[in-house]
Structures are given as structure tokens and as C-alpha cells.
Write a new protein. Structure first.
Length: 292
């Protein structure tokens, strides 16, 4: 399994770091232990081997999984939850319906929009696509409380949408630590109109910036600092600037804009939804008219 097991400087924190930050690799999994209990943040892709590895680690630590916290209900984050013997699975109240019924992810992935724009994807099945690469299964998720008290840890869920409607980061103020989910990873996350788009993503970056956390533990890649927030803000601004420059030149086609932003091999899922998020924002602001 392509994963490294490392211990953090923070007492009781163990990290299952995926060797690749690129889809369809599992997200990093973070395990917080206190006494004989553990909190698992994002167990990863829906393969039983992944869950067995987590259970084996807990067994060695004479611990068991008390709570599984989900940053969001995407397959590379929650798929393996099905195979874990946890007391409860928690997600933001907005995200609970997706965790319970992954078929609804077609809404937040804007699949109806994609099918309406591109006839060649009219038969696309999102769950079958996941099944081959990184399976997902529903779990009986419940909403987070306002604060999660676990041993010596006070964990505060922070709603950070854009990538998914109920995407959540977890803040431990006493450690100045944020588990940022897909926000602030090694590779910048995509965002979709149904999840709040670029506007929600930018607002989520501001929310994390206000925390002034010393350490950021992303779902993909190595631990980071708040400087990553500035980099992502710059990328958002750069994309908007490029779109406006191209429209000023007379470009009036989504496909041409996609090629300029992402190259000839743009992705019909992630890249198209990023572009659409910016177009909606710019049209709303009156900076562009409708693009074909």
C-alpha cells in the first residue's frame, strides 16, 4: 500500500500519509489517540486493506476507533469508513446526506450541468467512475456538535465550502493546528458551483487565515504553513485575470478558455467546474456576458 506511517511532534497524533497527492490516491489519514480511544480523520479510499491497516495500528496502540471525522464525503476521504468499527461517523450537517447516500454526490459534482453541456458524457455514472479507482460507500453519518471534546483535545469544526458544500476543516486551538481537508493541499483543490464555487472557496481561505494556525495538516501532501493560503489566493486571482484577458481578446468559448487555463488535456469534471465557478462570479459582477 502506498502509504507512509509517521508520528507527529504533537503528542498522540499519528499520520498515514499517502505517497501521492494526486487523485485517485487516498487522502492522508490522521489518528488522534487519548488513552484507549482514537479519533480518525478521513480514513481514505474504500478498500478493505486501508481499513485493516488503520485497525492494525490501533490494535498496536491498544486503542479502538471511537469517532471518525469526515472533512467531506468524497471517496478518497470517506470510502474506507464502511469497514471501520467506529462508534460514530461525523460530518457537517450539510455533508451528512452525501455521506449517507453517495449517489447524491452527482448534485455537488454538477453532473447534470456537465451532461447538458457535453453530449458525450450523457451516460457518465459518477459512482461507477469512483468504483474503478477509489470506491465510496455510504455510512450512517451524524452532524458534528459545535465542539468535539476528546481527551485533552478541543476540536472545532470550521465550515470551509467551495470544494464540497459541507467541507470542514478541524481546528485544535491549543496546538495552533488545522486539519484543512482538501483546502491548502500540495495540489490545489477544484471547486464547483454547487459547492459554493470560487466565491465560497475564497471565503474559506479567509476563515482559515483568521485562525493564524502555526501548522496546517492537509489531506494531500506534507504539512504546510499559512503561506499556502496566500499561494492559493494568488491562483484564484490569476485564473480570473486570465479569463478576463481572453474574453477581452474576443474568446467566447468554454473550450478555448479551458485550453488556455489548463492545456489541451483539460479534465471534464474538475477543470470544467472550476471555469464555470469563475464564469458565474464574473457574470454576476457584470464583468463578462454569457459564454457559449
Amino acid at each position: 500500500m502506498d502509504v507512509e506511517i509517521t508520528y507527529s511532534d504533537i503528542d498522540g497524533l499519528l499520520i498515514l500519509k499517502s505517497k501521492s497527492a494526486k487523485w485517485p490516491a487516498s487522502s492522508n489519514t490522521y489518528i488522534l489517540t487519548s488513552g484507549n480511544k482514537s479519533v480518525i480523520i478521513d480514513p481514505g479510499c474504500g478498500f478493505s486493506q486501508r481499513a485493516k491497516l488503520i485497525e492494525k495500528i490501533l490494535e498496536k496502540k491498544n486503542s479502538h476507533s471511537s469517532v471518525v471525522l469526515l472533512t467531506h464525503a468524497h471517496p478518497d476521504h470517506m470510502g474506507a469508513a464502511r469497514f471501520l468499527k467506529a462508534e460514530s461517523f461525523l460530518a457537517h450537517e450539510i455533508e451528512v446526506k452525501y455521506a449517507r447516500n453517495p449517489e447524491l454526490l452527482s448534485e455537488s459534482f454538477n453532473i447534470p450541468f456537465i451532461k447538458s453541456r457535453y453530449v458525450r458524457y450523457v451516460k457518465f455514472d459518477l459512482l461507477k467512475y469512483f468504483e474503478k479507482l477509489c470506491p465510496i460507500y455510504g455510512v450512517k453519518a451524524l452532524p458534528f456538535p459545535e465542539e468535539i471534546n476528546f481527551g485533552d483535545y478541543r476540536i472545532q469544526p470550521i465550515l470551509t465550502p467551495g470544494h464540497s458544500p459541507g467541507h470542514t476543516s478541524f481546528y485544535i486551538p491549543d496546538e495552533s493546528l488545522v486539519f484543512s481537508g482538501d483546502l491548502l493541499g500540495e495540489i490545489m483543490a477544484w471547486y464547483s458551483p454547487a459547492s459554493g464555487g470560487v466565491e465560497a472557496y475564497a471565503e474559506s481561505l479567509k476563515r482559515l487565515e483568521k485562525l493564524k494556525a502555526e501548522t496546517i495538516m492537509p489531506s494531500h501532501g506534507d504539512p504546510a504553513t499559512s503561506s499556502r493560503i496566500e499561494k492559493e489566493k494568488e491562483i484564484l486571482e490569476q485564473r480570473e485575470r486570465i479569463i478576463l484577458e481572453e474574453v477581452e481578446k474576443g474568446v467566447n468559448s468554454r473550450e478555448e478558455l479551458l485550453k488556455t487555463l489548463f492545456g489541451d488535456k483539460w479534465n471534464f469534471l474538475t477543470n470544467l467546474l472550476i471555469l464555470e465557478s469563475h464564469l458565474i462570479k464574473l457574470e454576476k459582477e457584470g464583468k463578462i456576458s454569457e459564454i457559449s
